[in-house]
Structures are given as structure tokens and as C-alpha cells.
Design a protein around this ligand. Structure first.
Ligand code: ATP
Length: 315
């Protein structure tokens, strides 16, 4: 085990991945310290799941670069086993044995991971309420479960035995709002009590905004932004221009797109336009005034994660 890797719970260095002729991941570098909850965000096909799979050491042949979890080199079989015992990976799930009951699936997972002496029953009783699972449901065969219930059982397994690291790829897919809220509470409790480290991908940006202290944005296989969430949202604003005439909205949008190509502009429902990345209000005011478009008022708003996503990916 490399000693200088120990302080960083997750460390990815110069990872590249090619499948066939396509470069799926390029020059991926980041480190995650103990107790960080980091969101991985990006459109379909950006490379999030591939990155998580590579982190787990699942790929064959091995990709270029290095991944360490809890100081263990994930390309070294013995070190990888040590890291996997102390971590949980939720990737491409739900993955259950359909002929077994939910409980038997969990028991099998727990005993393979922690040994036959592991007390599965108490752990399941503790965790099941967070997943809205009762004994009756857990005794049913997994093949009779809805997609959401399979997701609940698979996700519950990830919390068995208090892992130090959680790598979760789209964990809330198919979960109902009540279970999503409860699972997020479980994550927060585990973080407060055990200072767990989490890397989580989701297309539900409100979940990422709620849970994560840092966000890594990925596009076409490359990291385009890696930043502390508070700083990111604090230093960016959007400006709303309220116009007097409804008919002016589309004209104003086209004009701004043409004359100010560095901004992103979006129409709103109430005679307004929303502008991201604006240097000065006067750039827009002068432009509109020259065309006889009257601005009723200007409003500056703090940016949300959805706004930031639009700015990064819809330009
Ligand atoms: N086994 C494979 N063979 C060929 N191409 C693959 C394979 N696995 C992934 N890819 C390609 O790699 C790219 C990244 O896929 P990946 O599943 O990592 O994206 P993602 O960001 O997780 O997307 P999503 O949000 O849709 O889950 C995609 O273009 C995908 O088609």
C-alpha cells in the first residue's frame, strides 16, 4: 500500500479509458478527502458510470491511470479486496438473485462480505425502516418485486456493516419520494456519526444540491469543473430582465443571442428573460433600448444548481 495515498480516501490519477475507437474518459484526476460528500454530475453518456466502475477495479483490461481507495491500489488484487471490504459500490443495479427472497439476498451479501458470524438480522431490522421495507416484503422472492423494491433492497445492502466509503451510481432511481427522503436522512446520519466518504452520481440535481459539499461536473469523458458547492453557487448569479411587452420577449432573446454570444439566455413565462454569464446589465440594457424594447425592472438572483448546469451544458 502506498503510504502517501492514505490521507485521501479516494484518489484518481490520470485515468484514460478507450472502448473500441471511442475515448470514453480523458485525463481524469481528483482526490476526495475523508468525510467529503461529492456529487458527480453530467449528461447521459458523459462517463460517470464508467468512472465508478473503474474506481471499483471492475474493468478488464485495466484502464490507463491509477485509482486508490482508502490507500489501496485498485489494480492490485489483494489491496482491492481490502478496499472493497471497507466500501460499498452501487453500480448498475438493482442486482439481486431473483429466486431468493430480499432477506436472503441481503444475508448472502453480508456473509460473503463480512463472514458467517455477521449479525444480519439486527442490521436489517435497523436499516429496513429507512427503505420502507417490512418483514413481509423482505420474505418475498425478489422476482416478485417491483423495480423500486429491487432498488430499495439493493441499496439497503450498501449500508450493511457501516462501510467507510460509499460509491453510489444513481441510487435514487425508481425510489418513491418518501424512501428518497429517508435514505438521504440515513446518509446524513452516517456522515455525522461515522464521517463516511461518499461519491454519488445523480441526474436529480436537487438531491445533489442537498447532499453534496462539492460537485464534479463531467462532459464527454472529461472533468470540466470540480468545485466546492457553496462557493460555486455564491459567486454566480443570474439576471432576470422583466419586459413591458410580451411580443418583445422573442425579439430580445434573438438579439441578445446574436450580439452577446458569451451569455446563455432563456425565456420565462412572465414577459421576462433570464440571462446567465452576464458581465454587465448595461450590455443588455443598451442593446434593448436601441431596439425600442422597454425594460420594466431588473432582478438579480443567486444561481441554483439547475441554473449552473444549464450554463455549463446548454451553451
Ligand atoms: N461496454 C461498452 N462498450 C461500448 N461503449 C460503452 C460501454 N460502456 C460504456 N460505453 C460508452 O461510454 C460512454 C459513457 O457511458 P457511461 O455509462 O459511463 O455514461 P454515464 O455518464 O454514466 O451515462 P448515464 O447518465 O446515461 O448513466 C457512453 O458513450 C457509452 O455508450
Amino acid at each position: 500500500m502506498a503510504e502517501n495515498q492514505v490521507e485521501m480516501v479516494i484518489k484518481v490519477t490520470d485515468v484514460y479509458k478507450k472502448i473500441g475507437n471511442s475515448q470514453i474518459l480523458k485525463e481524469i484526476n481528483f482526490s476526495i478527502g475523508k468525510g467529503e460528500i461529492v456529487g458527480l454530475v453530467g449528461p447521459n453518456g458523459a462517463g460517470k458510470s464508467t468512472l465508478m466502475k473503474i474506481l471499483s477495479g471492475l474493468w478488464s483490461p485495466k484502464p490507463k491511470g491509477k485509482c486508490y481507495i482508502l490507500g489501496c491500489d485498485m489494480t492490485n488484487e489483494l489491496e482491492r479486496i481490502e478496499a472493497l471490504r471497507r466500501s460499498s459500490f452501487f453500480i448498475e443495479t438493482p442486482a439481486l438473485y431473483l429466486k431468493l427472497s430480499g432477506y436472503d439476498n441481503i444475508e448472502l451479501y453480508a456473509k460473503l462480505k463480512y463472514g458467517s458470524a455477521f449479525n444480519v438480522k439486527d442490521e436489517v431490522n435497523r436499516l429496513a425502516p429507512f427503505f420502507e421495507l417490512d418483514n413481509k416484503m423482505l420474505k418475498r422472492k425478489a422476482k416478485t418485486y417491483s423495480l423500486g423494491t429491487k432498488q430499495k433492497v439493493s441499496l439497503l445492502q450498501m449500508f450493511i456493516g457501516n462501510p467507510e466509503v460509499l460509491i453510489l451510481d444513481e441510487p435514487f432511481n425508481g425510489l418513491d419520494p418518501t424512501t428518497t427522503i429517508k435514505v438521504k436522512e440515513l446518509l446524513k446520519t452516517r456522515w455525522r456519526e461515522n464521517n463516511i466518504t461518499v461519491l454519488i452520481s445523480s441526474h436529480i440535481l436537487s438531491d445533489i444540491e442537498e447532499l453534496c459539499s462539492r460537485i464534479i461536473f463531467i462532459k464527454n469523458g472529461s472533468i470540466i469543473l470540480d468545485s466546492n458547492k457553496e462557493e460555486l453557487l455564491k459567486r454566480n448569479t443570474v439576471v432576470i430582465f422583466h419586459l413591458t411587452e410580451k411580443e418583445h420577449v422573442d425579439i430580445a432573446c434573438s438579439l441578445i443571442k446574436e450580439k452577446l454570444p458569451y451569455v446563455t439566455v432563456e425565456t420565462q413565462f412572465n414577459n421576462s428573460i433570464k440571462i446567465y454569464n452576464l458581465n454587465s446589465h448595461y450590455d443588455v440594457l443598451d442593446l434593448l433600448q436601441n431596439e425600442g424594447i422597454v425594460v420594466k425592472s431588473i432582478e438579480e438572483q443567486k444561481i441554483s444548481l439547475v441554473d449552473l448546469y444549464k450554463q455549463l451544458y446548454l451553451q
